[in-house]
Design a protein around this ligand. Sequence first.
Ligand SMILES: *[C@@H]1O[C@H](CO)[C@@H](O)[C@H](O)[C@H]1NC(C)=O
Ligand SMILES: *[C@@H]1O[C@H](CO)[C@@H](O)[C@H](O)[C@H]1NC(C)=O
Ligand SMILES: *[C@@H]1O[C@H](CO)[C@@H](O)[C@H](O)[C@H]1NC(C)=O
Ligand SMILES: *[C@@H]1O[C@H](CO)[C@@H](O)[C@H](O)[C@H]1NC(C)=O
Ligand SMILES: *[C@@H]1O[C@H](CO)[C@@H](O)[C@H](O)[C@H]1NC(C)=O
Length: 626
Amino acid sequence: MYAAWFLFFVASSSANWVSSKRSFAIDYKNNCFRKDGQPFQYISGSIHYSRIPRFYWKDRLLKMYMTGLNAIQVYVPWNFHETVEGVRDFAGDRDLEHFLDLANQTGLSVILRPGPYICAEWEMGGLPAWLLQRSNIVLRSSDTDFLQAVTNWFAVFLPKMKPWLYVNGGNIISIQVENEYGSYFACDYNYMRHLQTVLRFYLGKDVVLFTTDGNTDKEMTCGTLGGLYATVDFGTGDNITEAFDRQRQFEPLGPLVNSEYYAGWLDHWGDEHAVVDAQKVSKGLAEMLSMGANVNMYMFEGGTNFGYWNGADHDTKFSPVVTSYDYDAPLSEAGDPTEKLLAIRDVIKMFKAVPLGPMPPATPKFAYGYVTLKKVGNISSLLDRLSAGPVQSKYPLTFEDLKQFYGYILYQTTLPRDLAEPTLLISPTNGVRDRAYVSVNGVFQGLLERDTVLVMNVTGRQGDILDVLVENMGRVNFGRHINDYKGLLGNLILGQDVLSDWKMYPLDIDGAIAGGWPHVVDLPDQANGPSFGPAFYMGTLQPTGVAWDTFLKMTDWTKGQVWINGVNLGRYWPTRGPQQTLYVPGPLLSTALPNNITVLELEGAPAHLRVLFMDRPLLNAAANES
Ligand SMILES: *[C@@H]1O[C@H](CO)[C@@H](O)[C@H](O)[C@H]1NC(C)=O
Ligand SMILES: *[C@@H]1O[C@H](CO)[C@@H](O)[C@H](O)[C@H]1NC(C)=O
Ligand SMILES: *[C@@H]1O[C@H](CO)[C@@H](O)[C@H](O)[C@H]1NC(C)=O
Ligand SMILES: *[C@@H]1O[C@H](CO)[C@@H](O)[C@H](O)[C@H]1NC(C)=O
Ligand SMILES: *[C@@H]1O[C@H](CO)[C@@H](O)[C@H](O)[C@H]1NC(C)=O
């Protein structure tokens, strides 16, 4: 052992040898990173491949490079790759290696954040919901079930990353362990040690591993571990000197790193649209760079929470994240350079040369105009098409029990007695997760909502069919409520009766739509008039010769989900806001065939049944509604 070490020492002292060997390391003497022996300061931006169509990855990366960034920071959402336990998907929009390859070709280093928990305002913080099938599992801890699942995933995932490490010829310079672990209640060092051991086993002893935590003593104490380099995260509101002083308490020597400098912020349904001032962002960035600090801007390109991938916060009440993850970031949701990006580039220019040549322009947008939809039918009448059949149980089961983790499940029973007068339907345990749309014999009665609406009135007759369509609005991604089971978690009470003898229909809406359902040509013309309760609508956008990006505005619609050509664009909820339009990536559209638009409206559709394709986004109801 000694002899081998001695030879290595001699070899690496030779100047020629050093310059040809790829290395990335922490220099504790000079308080910096070293890449190939040279001091290296990263100016990085966060970008999530899971929130951008693969077609646009290269465009976004090039724009980041042209801003003067030399690195990107990337979260890996475990649940995006292993939606079904044991089935791992790395194809198409999930082809992380292709993304790494594009970044490498663009000249960007990669700071990889494989979690396993990532927060990211992503469904369940990136953890697969099937973990919740193990009752009482303590997520993000050394709970045996959790560790086993993580180890199985890492045993498949990490060997794929090994060739992409910088020392092995790739572009991954460092790897974050867990994510803001000090913010979590568990404070379980055995868990962090286990992750460290697994990462070192698959990736080698020399790779730079680090942690990221909010800059308070409690967070830094529970989130850091010997052998993992401790970094901090903070935004424009924090005092930079004090924040880095905190990092210094835990890392007296080594590079200063702000792993998440908040260049923007997220929106929740019902909140005001978040904006972070470009001048403040620039000023803070300049100050940190002048200190020689390494900075990652979170987000640099936010993208979109397509499908069911948005997360939720649960501080005082359940608060799901909107579909857009524009984040008021330097590159917009549609990947367009903003004033903020130009201001940031001006700051970077003061510290290093930025690449010559023009910033690639915004991608073209098109206002395709109005499309009128037809009603396909209410959801109760479409169960044959959408479900393989009900599961029966005396009391309600959860989504996790039913092994359908996302989307919508219909819970059905009958009224136990005549209800001539409005009678209260109650969720006594606040067990509706997260929103329930209630109909009697197909006639909409109202809704229940987690933490907000726990009672409503129902009328009907004994034996009438009671349909309760339950929507999973996205699992909590932060804090102690991440064991976020969905569906009806407790009994519903109607008047004096505990409702029982349920039929539960798991709904494979995405599968049906991807399979070509419904066919618009089959639909009769319908009488106009507003329509209430969960129902499907369908229409076609005629091919127009261009397939450019566009924004879908659901004017006068209430709340629901939209698919175009089988792709789930996400949720709309203009009545709650602030987001008013959904981003429609151009490559989804066909120039030759009619484009199929399918809408699941949950509450109420307008008489006109029109939707509007515009050439610009409206993310802030208050500012844009005039
Ligand atoms: C990354 O890019 C560099 C420089 O272009 C190249 O030498 C290297 O082979 C690339 N690595 C991989 C894994 O493609
Ligand atoms: C930041 O904190 C330091 C030390 O507490 C203080 O000297 C400095 O004035 C503060 N800076 C700002 C901008 O408030
Ligand atoms: C729901 O659809 C069924 C079958 O088409 C129909 O009988 C019923 O009237 C519809 N309900 C409403 C409220 O439109
Ligand atoms: C239910 O109906 C009763 C009688 O009409 C009314 O007083 C009460 O406010 C209603 N409750 C709800 C939650 O709608
Ligand atoms: C729209 O749906 C029709 C009927 O299912 C199908 O023939 C057509 O290919 C679809 N259009 C596109 C662009 O996928």
